[in-house]
Design a protein around this ligand. Structure first.
Ligand SMILES: Nc1nc2c(c(=O)[nH]1)N[C@H]1C(S)=C(S)[C@@H](COP(=O)(O)O)O[C@H]1N2
Ligand SMILES: [Mo]
Length: 196
């Protein structure tokens, strides 16, 4: 089988996988809006608050007992780097968000960061809570012990140091969304800022 050289960059990146305005990198830059919270696994909890205010909380041990999935995916940061074939391990949000009629979700993090998503973007195998990157426990700079991974949207939606998700009937812009980033953030439609 032959591979058309026209679709590959100098270093062999498959450019058909690169959304508009992005460049491929093998680095993994760290982008955090504040200091890196230090959260020990034994202190970590994850709480889902539904639209009626009912809470469900998992400890680290509860979380590790849930079905674990290995995910290989490309990620795209709004600052224009994309990283192909990143590998993660964690729990699909489908496992944690059963039985809700809410349309919207907000992820909450240690340190105060928030980001909002339509609930459907967290379901059907499109999002995970991950605790490993590249075969190792997720480092604190990249959101360890647990971060959200929503690879089909710009990476600011992949909340680091996640501690909970609130479900609601109305959409509530998160930290960057309230600060001028696009409310949805589809990299293939280049939804970087509110007027894109
Ligand atoms: N809690 C929290 N999550 C966050 C951020 C943050 O500042 N705080 N930055 C976001 C942004 S803008 C990006 S691009 C990615 C960066 O993830 P990385 O540092 O692992 O590359 O995390 C996202 N999640
Ligand atoms: Mo970002």
């Amino acid at each position: 089988m032959s591979v058309s050289p026209g679709f590959r960059g100098k270093r062999g990146f498959d450019l058909t996988r690169l959304p508009p305005g992005q460049y491929p990198t093998e680095d993994f830059p760290v982008l955090s809006a504040g200091p890196t919270p230090q959260v020990a696994e034994q202190d970590w909890r994850f709480t889902v608050t539904n639209e009626a205010g009912l809470e469900k909380t998992w400890s680290w041990a509860d979380f590790m007992r849930l079905p674990q999935e290995d995910v290989t995916t490309d990620i795209h940061c709004v600052t224009r780097w994309s990283k192909f074939d990143t590998t993660w391990r964690g729990v699909a949000l489908d496992t944690l968000l059963a039985d809700t009629a809410a349309d919207f979700a907000v992820a909450h993090c240690h340190g105060g960061y928030t980001t909002n998503l339509p609930l459907e973007d967290l379901l059907d195998g499109k999002a995970w809570l991950v605790h490993e990157f590249d075969g190792f426990p997720l480092s604190p700079e990249h959101g360890g012990p647990v971060r959200l991974l929503v690879p089909h949207l710009y990476f600011w939606k992949s909340a680091k140091w996640i501690r909970g998700i609130t479900l609601a009937d109305t959409d509530e812009p998160g930290f960057w969304e309230a600060g001028g980033y696009h409310n949805y953030g589809d990299p293939w439609r280049e939804q970087r800022t509110w007027n894109d």
